[in-house]
Design a protein around this ligand. Structure first.
Ligand code: AMP
Ligand code: GLY
Length: 414
């Protein structure tokens, strides 16, 4: 099978790598990709937001499957454009991707499907926001209704800051604060059959001990030794299947990757957010433990035949991904800093590196974004996987590099 991965981040490098390791895949193409993706795929130029251009490239390459990585092209309808040319696509249509593209839509679907989530109010004026803040109380949670590239959510005890964020957004969802550990649980679905993946945990704040501003994610690990044994079964029954069934009932089935961001609160499991694509950086450690070949799962989801594919199976052991970010992140991103040591890191046992914000300049690998790369460590348990990941981090260098030192630490020592 020939495949084409759309996107240029770490998630897409990890997807292309897993496809390259799949014996059923003969060719992996990626567009636009990055220098890391280029080590496992043939790169092509394309604007990921241009559905017609993606479809034309897929036709030209005669691929059997297109995998759309990021949310923006999904919400913009790239899947619809490629499907219209008769090519199977992994990733939801624009109508189904609204689950990520509009927080208000996601809330409405959850209410209709009886999915447990934070109480919330959609607000379009500051008066409505003030009333909602008073009703739902502190800490205040204010979310931009639309896609905001990780900058849409403010959680604060400062009412003025909550109001200021609402003022900058326009339409916002104000919701109840959910207290408890967060879990990322992904499912592959064709709109009917739902296969959950192993739970993972993401570290959203820039600093150790969850200090500082939110980021796209500074690290992740899987599986979660502390999670309740029936968590996946429970979330499948109360969140994933009801949501997939609700969208099917509406005539806009969701096929692709349904990402449930969950909070395990004292009152029970609640959905914090839905995303319509693989999470980044959770996908980097997660795919390193996937034992099943990836392509049949993605193709089954894309063609409505997932029930004919065996559910995913997992290697034993653990995986930890530690993100190295560039100077200034998350407020800004430094570009052009020379990166060294990736080959040395990958020579260590159980270590591989997934690139995200990288570029080549004059034959050298340089930084080209906020989250530059993730060092992934695999081991028989979390402590070993952590040790491997941090051994890799210790040999990768670029000026101004930042990383958290506590990814998976609490879970590994529990
Ligand atoms: P989202 O973009 O919805 O994932 O929100 C980003 C982050 O904000 C989440 O991962 C949580 O850490 C935090 N967050 C979002 N909603 C809530 C909530 N209702 N209560 C507490 N924290 C939240
Ligand atoms: N890891 C968070 C996200 O992908 O949205």
């Amino acid at each position: 099978m020939k495949t084409l991965v759309i996107g240029s981040g770490g998630r897409e490098h990890a997807l292309a790598r897993a496809l390259a390791l799949d014996p059923g895949v003969t060719e992996v193409h990626a567009a636009p990709g990055n220098p890391g993706t280029a080590t496992v795929a043939t790169l092509h130029e394309v604007d990921p937001m241009d559905g017609e251009a993606v479809a034309a490239l897929a036709l030209d390459l005669e691929v059997d499957l297109v995998v759309v990585g990021p949310e923006a092209p999904l919400v913009a309808g790239v899947t619809d454009a490629v499907t219209a040319r008769g090519i199977p696509v992994f990733g939801p249509t624009a109508a189904a991707a609204r689950l990520e593209g509009s927080k208000a839509f996601a809330k409405e679907v959850m209410e209709a499907a009886g999915v447990p989530t934070a109480r919330a109010r959609l607000c379009t004026t500051l008066e409505e926001v003030e009333a909602a803040l008073d009703d739902l109380g502190s800490p205040y949670v204010v979310k931009d209704d639309g896609l905001a590239a990780g900058k849409g959510v403010v959680v604060t005890e400062d009412r003025a800051a909550a109001l200021e964020h609402a003022g900058q957004c326009g339409r916002v969802v104000v919701e109840e604060y959910l207290d408890g550990p967060e879990v990322s649980l992904f499912a592959i679905t064709d709109g009917r059959t739902v296969y959950p993946l192993q739970p993972a945990q993401d570290f959203k704040r820039i600093g150790d001990g969850d200090e500082g501003p939110n980021t796209g994610g500074m690290g992740a690990y899987t599986p979660l030794p502390w999670a309740p044994a029936d968590l996946v079964e429970e979330v499948l029954a109360t969140v994933l299947q009801p949501t997939v069934d609700e969208l099917a009932k509406r005539g806009t089935p969701f096929a692709g990757l349904l990402y449930a961001g969950l909070a395990l609160t004292a009152a029970g499991t609640r959905v914090v957010e839905f995303n319509a694509r693989f999470g980044d950086p959770e996908t980097q450690p997660l795919l390193s433990l996937l034992d099943s070949p990836l392509s049949p799962l993605l193709l089954g989801a894309a063609t409505g035949t997932l029930d004919e594919v065996p559910p995913p199976s997992w290697r034993s052991g653990s995986a930890v991904g530690v993100v190295m970010a560039s100077k200034g992140y998350p407020e800004s991103a430094s570009r052009g800093d020379v990166i060294t040591g990736i080959e040395d890191a990958e020579a260590l046992p159980g270590v591989h590196v997934i690139q995200a914000g990288t570029a080549t300049e004059g034959g050298r690998l340089v930084t080209a974004g906020g989250r530059v790369l993730a060092v992934v460590g695999n081991g028989p348990d979390l402590a070993a996987a952590r040790a491997a990941a941090y051994a890799g981090v210790a040999v990768v260098e670029f000026p101004g590099a930042q990383h958290r030192t506590d990814i998976a630490q609490a879970a590994a020592s529990a």
